[in-house]
Design a protein. Structure first.
Length: 216
């Protein structure tokens, strides 16, 4: 049986979140295709992780036998997150763009889960696993657009997920999500609707491909 690790970070519920709608489509297809599989779901908005502090950071470099009670508790969380990543066959991350970058809750997950010498370093423990990132955004930051230089989601996550964890990274990008609610973007509604439909199709198709890959 294959395991899916699903991470949502949108502050909005599924009905009001473009990224959650697409990650939910992936999960729904995954479960339809692989009902005996396992899904680990972390909702970073509903259950945020603590940001990395000195205690948690130092716990990864100290001999566990010397851990203080505070370091033990901090490292227990980091170990739990690392184990979830290592157990997963496939990772899906909902990463909406907030103020040109990722939500702080998703950054906290990354900081807690990146453990040098284990999940990151010369031989990362999850190396080669596929990760699908749903990088939704209210406008468009695609190459050639006026705000191309403001794109710090795909650039950053591509670097950290591949360069840090060694994962195989793929992006699904539903864009122009504010068009339906912003009168100034009314003429872009058809482009938004096409982008949304394409994102759902990509998520469902990729879920089927990955189920087939890991259950063959």
């Amino acid at each position: 049986m294959a395991t899916l690790l699903l991470i949502d970070s949108s502050v909005f519920p599924e009905g009001g979140s473009a990224s959650r709608a697409v990650t939910a489509a992936f999960r729904r297809t995954w479960e339809e295709q692989h009902p005996d599989g396992t899904v680990i779901h972390r909702d970073l908005a509903a259950d945020p992780l603590p940001h990395l502090d000195g205690v948690a950071a130092s716990s990864a470099f100290a001999d566990p036998a010397t851990h203080t009670p505070e370091q033990q508790a901090a490292f227990a969380l980091r170990n739990e997150l690392a184990e979830e990543l290592e157990r997963a066959d496939v990772i899906v991350i909902g990463a909406p763009m907030y103020n040109w970058t990722i939500p702080s809750t998703l950054k906290a997950w990354l900081d807690q889960t990146i453990i040098m010498g284990r999940t990151a370093g010369e031989n990362p423990s999850a190396k080669g696993k596929p990760v699908v990132v749903v990088a939704s955004r209210g406008g468009s930051y695609a190459p050639g657009t006026p705000r191309e230089s403001f794109e710090y989601v795909q650039n950053y996550l591509g670097a950290v997920l591949n360069g840090g964890f060694g994962l195989e990274v793929e992006f699904i990008v539903p864009e122009l999500t504010m068009a339906a609610s912003n009168p100034a973007m009314a003429e872009l509604v058809p482009l938004f609707e096409a982008s949304r439909a394409k994102a759902h199709e990509q998520a469902e198709a990729r879920a089927k491909e990955l189920v087939a890959r890991f259950t063959a």
